[in-house]
Design a protein around this ligand. Structure first.
Ligand code: 5GP
Length: 177
């Protein structure tokens, strides 16, 4: 089955909001040494569009953590698959994530990165699904708050597919194995 669900957030709406977020981050980090950490693979599209709207010198680094695999439900287990290339001690760090759902992933990542003594640590998410939160996490910049639906596109996958869609779509139940 290759048909997918309806559009939740179209490309134009994504770009407009990301441009606003970039302006806000640019204001907040004036004169600071910003390190933007993208969480692979889901945040790749969001990070690429967001950093173009941050008018400051910055460094980009990536981490990869285990995700849900082929399931649409969180196992609660987080594993680092790829660590940062650079040290972040004394740096102003911004985590850029695709979506916060239960909060388990970001909670783990924030604790892990805080133990490396950055000067500051903030979190920026494209999407927030607050209804499923199990672990409290303070997200400093949120693109869109969405209902509790499994979404794909704009970096987000289902079984590694659909990441290249330019918009966010809800995955229909008949596409979930
Ligand atoms: P959390 O640990 O907050 O439950 O989940 C975070 C991760 O779960 C995200 O980085 C993303 O990989 C995955 N995830 C959560 N909700 C969705 C969703 O609706 N669609 C997709 N494709 N992934 C999701």
């Amino acid at each position: 089955m290759h048909s997918i669900g309806k559009i939740l957030i179209d490309e134009q709406t994504l770009m407009k909001r990301i441009s606003e977020m970039g302006e806000e981050i640019t204001r907040d980090y004036q004169g600071k040494e910003l390190v933007v950490i993208g969480i692979l693979k889901g945040a790749v599209m969001f990070l690429a569009d967001l950093v173009k709207q941050i008018k400051l010198p910055l460094i980009i680094d990536f981490m990869a953590v285990s995700s849900y695999g082929r399931s649409t439900h969180s196992s609660g287990v987080v594993r680092i698959l790829k660590d940062l290339d650079e040290e972040i001690e004394g740096k102003d760090v911004l985590i850029v994530e695709d979506i916060v759902d239960t909060g388990l992933t970001l909670n783990y990542l924030a604790d892990n990165l805080l133990s490396r003594n950055p000067k500051s640590l903030k979190i920026c998410c494209c999407l927030d699904k607050p209804s499923k939160r199990r672990s409290p996490v303070k997200v400093d910049y949120v693109g869109f708050t969405i209902p509790d639906k499994f979404v794909v596109g704009y970096g987000l996958d289902y079984a590694e597919k659909y990441r290249n869609l330019p918009c966010i779509r809800v995955l229909d139940d008949d596409n979930i194995e």
